[in-house]
Design a binder for this molecule. Structure first.
Ligand code: COA
Ligand code: ADP
Length: 588
């Protein structure tokens, strides 16, 4: 499996030097935990149980959050986790947790898990997790956390992108509901088709879903809770993984391996003395993987009828053969009613997971320039668009290459990319500049590369797709055209910029035409900072791909002059329209 859906990181890790790593700077919220995997931590495959790992992740993350908050914190959610490796007895698990950003009462904690083979010193990444903790003050008093000030380039990137991840997780339930409802696998004729797809499997057996159903109760005792009596989120996740594994084993009659967990959201607290009821069932079995759903409810007394919904999560399991390859799974016969609904929803979630993987799994430098636009990946493409720009903005090594009048030009060379940043400070309100620059239909008024642009699709309040025709001629001596996703973001907190990110997408309604050369942009856009009551800093970023790199490096002086005049025209456009509220208003 690739890294998490929210990022990827390199494999393998460098071997640690015998002297240990250089530690000149250490984040004040960083917490490290190292655990030797003992037989008591393992499952039947003698591998570290994911439930135990989730407990360690939650503990390390909670201690980091409490270090920043200075008071007790509870787990609000843990984003999707993809497990890349299993860990065996005798190996050492190293966990590093640090607070990426504090919002109001909540914080995002980033957790990196690796394992170490003590015999050869090698380290491997296992997973990366993002957990949100909420600081708990006195009853009914909402805490306002102190802001976190990122220091290093990596911390600045995580800080900036954390706002984007928060946006996604707060909308998660709605997003999934929306995607599942609009998924093509929702139509009534789909179940027979999905079932018939399995006919060709070598494994002809069909298991009634009912046979995989698990129900299990736990009484919350003091060791399961913190000193205030609130249950540890990690403990609940471990119990959920336990029942999910039993359900998965009942389908395949073997020991399954957990590959992914979808967002845990703790909807409400539970305390020592509460009973927790766990219910799990296999929702769907695909060729090589199955989705198990788990639902957790709490109640206080055995006689109590009403139960509190604490959590629901979906986990994907595979069954590996002796060569470590996924085995073909038996078919699942869903129960009528809820079972059939969950069967279809699991197929839709699988499609969403695959689309998401396509958008997120490649390293930035390997992402295809234009990703096909589709309802099921719209949230992730928009995230990817804004994140790519925010990552570029947070880079530390920008070099000032020219300065004329008020316009500064910076460049950044990295791998096979050359990025350009043009910056000026002008007398306009940041919000108005944001609205004016987001509306590509007006771009031709100041950018002479733009011939025309048409709004093709208003995806939602913050995302739209334009078809742009450029005056710039291609090598084939034809004008270029682009299909561009524009994603706008207002500041999440004071000090954040307004962001307008651009990236290419492909749309079936706008295929490449013979009269144009289809152009592509991987990452570009504006960041707009309100500096004082009157002054706003506007920065334009553009990441040039290898195709135009040679041209740019040999024409830097010409480019600088061209950007200079374009930006001056941009300033005039902004000044002229600063009171014109009709421009860009549809994007509000
Ligand atoms: N993911 C991440 N953060 C979330 C969230 C989610 N799904 N839902 C809410 N939050 C954040 C909000 O953004 C807000 O952050 P902010 O103050 O920085 O803006 C914070 O939680 C509080 O939100 P609010 O709307 O005031 O409260 P709420 O009624 O949504 O309650 C919890 C949020 C987390 C406090 C509440 O659901 C809870 O107590 N859950 C159980 C926590 C727990 O006990 N966990 C341990 C295992 S049971
Ligand atoms: P949904 O039914 O929409 O999936 P729930 O929160 O009710 O959402 O349940 C989450 C998952 O928990 C379900 O998809 C299912 O896999 C499992 N589940 C729910 N109720 C039961 C039950 N009574 N028995 C076994 N598993 C259940």
């Amino acid at each position: 499996m690739d890294g998490t859906i929210f990022g990827s990181f390199q494999l393998p890790l460098a071997k640690s030097s015998p002297e240990g790593p250089m530690e000149s700077y250490r984040n004040a919220t960083e917490v490290q935990m190292s655990q030797m995997v003992q037989p008591c931590h393992t499952n039947h495959r003698r591998e570290l149980s994911i439930g135990q790992l989730l407990k360690w992740i939650d503990t390390a993350a909670c201690l980091s959050a409490e270090r920043h908050a200075g008071c007790p914190c509870v787990t609000a959610s843990v984003d999707d986790i993809y497990f890349e490796h299993t860990i065996s007895v005798g190996q050492v698990v190293n966990i590093k947790a640090k607070v990426n950003r504090a919002f109001n009462s909540s914080m995002e904690v980033g957790v990196q898990v690796s394992y170490e083979d003590l015999c050869n010193g090698e380290q491997w990444n296992v997973c990366k997790a993002y957990a949100t903790f909420v600081a708990q003050g006195k009853p009914s008093a909402k805490i306002k956390l102190k802001p976190l000030v990122p220091q290093t380039e990596e911390e600045k990137i995580e800080y900036s992108v954390a706002a984007e991840r928060r946006r996604m997780r707060l909308a998660h339930t709605e997003t999934i509901k929306d995607l599942v409802t609009n998924s093509p696998v929702q139509s009534g004729t789909e179940i027979p088709r999905l079932l018939s797809e399995f006919e060709n499997r070598e494994c002809g057996m069909m298991v009634p879903a009912e046979k995989t159903r698990v129900e299990s109760v736990e009484l919350i005792l003091p060791p399961h809770a913190n000193h205030q009596g609130n249950t540890f989120g990690g403990q609940i996740m471990a119990w959920m993984e336990n029942v999910a594994t039993i359900a998965a084993s009942r389908l395949c009659h073997a020991h399954p391996t957990l590959k992914t967990i979808e967002m845990f959201h703790f909807r409400g607290p539970s305390q020592v003395g509460d009973r927790l009821l766990f219910k799990a069932i296999v929702n769907n079995a695909f060729k090589n993987s199955m989705e198990v759903g788990v639902c957790v409810e709490a109640y206080r007394h055995e006689m109590e009828v009403s139960r509190r919904h604490i959590n629901s999560a979906f986990m994907t399991f595979v069954v590996l053969n002796d060569e470590g390859q996924p085995r073909t799974l038996p078919r699942l016969k869903p129960e009528p009613g809820d079972g059939e609904r969950r069967f279809k929803e699991a197929s839709a979630r699988k499609k969403i997971r695959l689309d998401r993987k396509y958008v997120f799994s490649c390293k930035h430098t390997e992402v295809p320039l234009s990703v096909p636009w589709d309802q099921s990946n719209k949230v992730y493409l928009s995230y990817n668009n804004v994140t790519a720009l925010k990552t570029l903005v947070a880079k530390a090594n920008w070099v000032l290459t020219s300065e004329r009048d008020k316009v500064k030009m910076y460049t950044l060379e990295e791998d096979k990319f050359l990025s350009i940043r043009i910056e000026m400070t002008i007398c306009i309100d940041a919000m108005q500049a944001f609205l004016l620059l987001s509306d590509l239909r007006h771009r031709h008024e100041w950018d002479n590369h733009y011939a025309s642009s048409e709004l093709v699709q208003q995806v939602d309040k913050e995302d739209m797709i334009y078809h742009v025709v450029s005056h710039t001629m291609s090598e084939e001596n034809k004008p270029q055209d682009f299909v561009i996703l524009v994603s706008q973001r207002k500041p999440c907190s004071k000090g954040d910029p307004y962001v307008v990110a651009f990236r290419s997408v492909t749309l079936p309604t706008h295929p490449a035409k013979p009269e144009y050369t289809r152009g592509e942009t991987l990452c570009s856009g504006f960041c707009i900072w309100q500096e004082t009551d009157e002054l706003t800093k506007v920065s334009y970023y553009h990441q040039a791909t290898s195709g135009v790199l040679a041209y740019i490096t040999t024409n830097i002086a010409g480019l600088s002059s061209s950007f200079h005049s374009t930006f001056q025209a941009c300033e005039q456009f902004l000044q002229k329209n600063k009171d014109n509220l009709s421009v860009g208003l549809q994007n509000l």
